[in-house]
Design a protein around this ligand. Structure first.
Ligand code: NCD
Length: 321
């Protein structure tokens, strides 16, 4: 499979911003093939045999961490998972010192999640290996946008021309930023729907339609993407109460009624049922793609690792030929 041609010549995957439509389509095509492989009994291949993948997570994660680990293992890499809890970060070691320590062990790919926007980019300048951003603060989460795009493309057959409404805590969401870059690059029309307090000040420069009312924002939408309130990134009150937030911005059947009859619902997880989404809507097997997004996550991360691995050096860093 790794012989399939791919248009992607970057050393790192730090964000969707800067990727071309051709590069995005190429990763999605490769991921489609990995979806098929992941549905077989034998899910393993040797593309990354001999390579070392280190996952460095400074923030909590279920889906992203597990799917990167599975992706690496299915491609034959050795995987090490480091989290803040079990590492010397707890003892006061800095981000860069931790990264340099891991770098000395010659990993080939470092997958990093960090609470500060820009931290992963900074780290990529200090190490010899390829770096994948698994979410940095409220900046970017490129593999989430790619898996969302794969999920949409498989269901709707295209991205171009679709109307996608992204609703909720846009201000703190790296998922929203990466999705907006990707969807616009691929020719979709993007709307954001949120109270003023949950929108960034410069939202008018993002090339999206802005709505404060769910019924207007969801009118004739093809895709409704709900976001979690990122309470851990808020200091102070951004919404009056969770009950009131659900009343105005929580997705229920009444609000969904104005979207296209075949509109599909997405959520990157973790979900707060009864806050941004009605549990019944979230579990609606005809409308909700939430489980499918998780499945696509493994395939997309395999495709990203495969794409980056094609540009990894074949000699250890610093070794003479
Ligand atoms: C998202 C994240 O961490 O940015 N989750 C994920 O990766 N699936 C969204 C969130 O935490 O709300």
């Amino acid at each position: 499979m790794s012989a399939a041609p791919i248009v992607f010549s970057h050393r790192h995957l730090l964000g969707i911003e800067g990727l071309s439509g051709g590069e995005i389509a190429s990763i999605l095509d490769l991921a489609d093939r990995y979806v098929r492989q992941n549905r077989q009994i034998d899910k393993k291949q040797n593309t990354l045999r001999g390579r070392t993948l280190v996952l460095l997570f400074f923030e909590n994660s279920t889906r992203t961490r597990a799917s990167f680990e599975l992706a690496g293992k299915r491609l034959g890499a050795d995987c090490v998972v480091m989290t803040t809890e079990g590492s010397s970060i707890k003892k006061g070691e800095t981000l860069i010192d931790t990264a340099m320590t891991l770098n000395a062990m010659h990993p080939d790919v470092l997958v990093v999640r960090h609470q500060d926007s820009g931290a992963v980019n900074l780290l990529s300048q200090k190490v010899n290996c390829s770096v994948i951003n698994a979410g940095d603060g409220s900046h970017e989460h490129p593999t989430q946008a790619l898996l969302d795009a794969l999920t949409i493309r498989r269901r709707k057959g295209r991205l171009e021309g679709l109307t996608v409404a992204i609703c909720g805590d846009i201000l703190h969401s790296r998922v929203a930023r990466s999705n907006i870059h990707l969807l616009r690059t691929m020719g979709a029309k993007v709307r954001v729907v949120a109270p003023v307090t949950l929108l960034p000040g410069h939202i008018d420069k993002w090339g999206v339609e802005v709505h404060h009312d769910m019924k207007r924002g969801l009118a004739d939408a093809d895709i409704v993407m709900m976001l979690r309130l990122q309470l851990e990134r808020m200091n102070g009150a951004f919404v009056p109460s969770l009950r009131e937030y659900f009343h105005f911005y929580g997705l229920d059947y009444a609000k969904l009624g104005v979207a296209k009859p075949d509109a599909l619902i997405m959520h990157p997880g973790p979900m707060n049922r009864g806050v941004e989404i009605d549990p019944e809507v979230a579990d609606d097997i005809d409308r909700s793609l939430i489980r499918e997004q998780v499945e696509m996550g493994v395939a997309v991360r395999m495709a990203c690792l495969d794409a980056l691995a094609r540009h990894l050096p074949n000699l250890p860093a610093g070794m003479a030929k």
